[in-house]
Design a protein around this ligand. Structure first.
Ligand code: CP
Ligand code: NVA
Length: 302
């Protein structure tokens, strides 16, 4: 049987997504009680990272260890990938030795190619198109604080980027409304807009998006690889900062979310991210628990 991969949230059904979140919450509780749960003994995870990472790397390495397995971090600087060995060959070789591969790279097509040639599950740890692991943790976080996200209203304020695309997929899979406020020219990709149109609203007005929202979410204005556009983007996104005044237009019990790393004074003000409505540290912690549920799902589910 072909391996299951997790390249985008759409590799899951809505039911599987909900079951993963429920399992993540169970695994979190086991971990808090210091109950050993090691179903992945003898399994090896390879982590191929072309880009920087704090949360994703540490959560996968820690998660794999907690589940009884091992992991190895592979950077292009130290592997033959960096010297031009084809991704197809690397996929065939690694998947003969390890049980699961996590990849963070630029082009989504690279992860798809890797998965085509891999005989073991491949997990997308961020590409230019998607960041599905982040959404597992974010939905878990909302559920822990406020219950089911079904039917709620989420406001995305900022860049129509990889994380925004994954929120769009989550809205479609789980059934919630996503209001997206971006400057002109920074909208999500057209194909994503058409594929999720019943679940999204598009505007250039952050206030319109945030009105009555249950969650307000943002991300950096300049993603990894866009460093040279930083000053141009700072101009384009002026007026898109999530501030206390903007949060006041959302529901009184609205949560503020951010995948991190965050840049205070740019996409979010310090008083919002460090304030009482912010759940960003829970989101970061839940990367660990949600990805443990994902590893179990990909490696153990029949
Ligand atoms: N949110 C996130 O993926 O963080 P890292 O880039 O630190 O992994
Ligand atoms: N959109 C950001 C997310 C970082 C976790 C980036 O791609 O750099």
């Amino acid at each position: 049987m072909a391996s299951k991969h997790f390249l985008s949230l759409l590799d899951l059904t809505g039911d599987e997504f909900e079951q993963l979140i429920a399992r993540a919450i169970e695994l979190k509780s086991l971990q808090k009680k210091h109950i050993l749960h090691q179903p992945l003994q003898g399994k090896m995870l390879a982590m191929v990272f072309d880009k920087s990472s704090t949360r994703t790397r540490v959560s996968f390495e820690t998660g794999m260890t907690q589940l009884g397995g091992n992991s190895m971090f592979l950077s292009p600087r130290d592997t033959q990938l960096g010297r031009g060995e084809p991704i197809e060959d690397t996929a065939r070789v690694l998947s003969r030795m390890v049980d699961v591969v996590v990849i963070r790279t630029d082009k989504h097509r690279t992860v798809e190619t890797f998965a085509e040639y891999s005989s073991v599950p491949v997990i997308n740890a961020l590409t230019d198109r998607f960041h599905p692991c982040q959404l597992l943790a974010d939905i878990q976080t909302y559920q822990e604080h406020r219950g089911s996200i079904v039917g709620k209203r989420v406001a995305w304020v900022g860049d129509g980027n990889n994380v925004c695309h994954s929120w769009m997929n989550a809205a479609k899979l789980l059934g919630f409304q996503l209001a997206i406020a971006t400057p002109k020219g920074y909208e999500p990709d057209n194909d994503m807009v058409s594929a999720t149109k019943q679940h999204i609203e598009m505007t250039t007005d952050p206030k319109a998006a945030v009105k009555d929202a249950d969650i307000v979410v943002t991300d950096t204005w300049a993603s990894m690889g866009q460093e040279q556009e930083k000053s141009q983007r700072e101009q384009a996104f002026a007026g898109y900062q999530v501030t206390t005044a903007l949060m006041q237009l959302a529901k009184p019990d609205a949560l503020f979310m951010h995948c991190l790393p965050a840049y205070r004074g740019y996409e979010v003000s310090a008083d919002v991210i460090d304030g009482p409505q912010s759940v960003v540290w829970d989101e970061a912690e839940n990367r660990l628990h949600a990805q443990k549920a994902l590893l179990e799902f990909l490696l153990l589910a029949k």
